[in-house]
Design a protein around this ligand. Structure first.
Ligand code: FMN
Length: 206
């Protein structure tokens, strides 16, 4: 049975444009994958704490040497990683806030990017440990950035996912949402058409 993990990072939870586009894709994907399981991680409803020295110290401590508090912190991160490892398909809602990704998503990344768990260092450099997964990213933005140097998100998210072994990543953009009602409607319509293309049975089977 295939497993899909949807991660929403809009401050508006399921009401965000990025979350709604992600949900459209997930609905189509589920039609093509009856019986598949869906896990929704909503970073607005359940924010991951920001990483600090105490939390990183808990990750780095030897399991047998962890205090009760450190064990709880490491267990929490381990559970996020287990959820991600279990997924065949990852769907990420990605809003643009103040020229970057939501701080909740960064905090999530800080809890899943862990040496020995999602990547390891080798003589040839770092190697990602999460293989065989496909990720779809639904990026919603007020302005226009795609393909320009001001797009701070695409390369970063692609790099981070690639670093942990998820290199098959597809982006769908809805941009210009704050420019005008016409721009917003046209952009969402374009994104929905793209979702139709990438969720067609032949595309999902590829
Ligand atoms: C706090 C905040 C900061 C934003 N910063 C930017 C920005 O830097 N550039 C931009 O183009 N749009 C910006 N926007 C507009 C969002 O990208 C747009 O509303 C998008 O739909 C957000 O995704 P969401 O609806 O899934 O939350 C911002 C919106 C908010 C609420």
């Amino acid at each position: 049975m295939k497993k899909l993990l949807q991660i929403n990072s809009s401050i508006y939870s399921t009401g965000g444009q990025s979350s709604q586009l992600a949900a459209q894709f997930v609905a189509a994907w589920r039609l093509a994958n009856p019986g598949a399981s869906l896990t929704l991680r909503d970073l607005a409803r359940e924010p991951v704490p920001h990483l600090d020295a105490a939390r990183f110290g808990a990750f780095s401590a030897k399991p047998e040497a962890r205090t009760v508090e450190q064990k709880a912190t490491a267990d929490y991160s381990d559970a996020l990683i287990a959820e991600l490892k279990a997924a065949d398909v990852i769907v990420l809602g990605l809003p643009l806030y103040n020229f970057g990704l939501p701080s909740t998503l960064k905090a999530y990344f800080d809890h899943i990017g862990r040496a020995g768990h999602t990547f390891k260092y080798t003589d040839q450099g770092p190697v990602g440990l999460l293989s065989g997964k496909k990720a779809y990213v639904f990026a919603a933005r007020g302005g226009l950035y795609q393909g320009t140097a001001r797009d701070t998100q695409t390369a970063y998210v692609r790099d981070f996912l690639g670093f942990i072994g998820i290199s098959d990543v597809e982006f769908v953009y809805a941009e210009g949402l704050a420019i005008s009602e016409e721009s917003k409607n046209a952009s969402i319509a374009r994104a929905l058409r793209r979702i139709g293309d990438i969720s067609a049975p032949a595309a999902l089977a590829a």
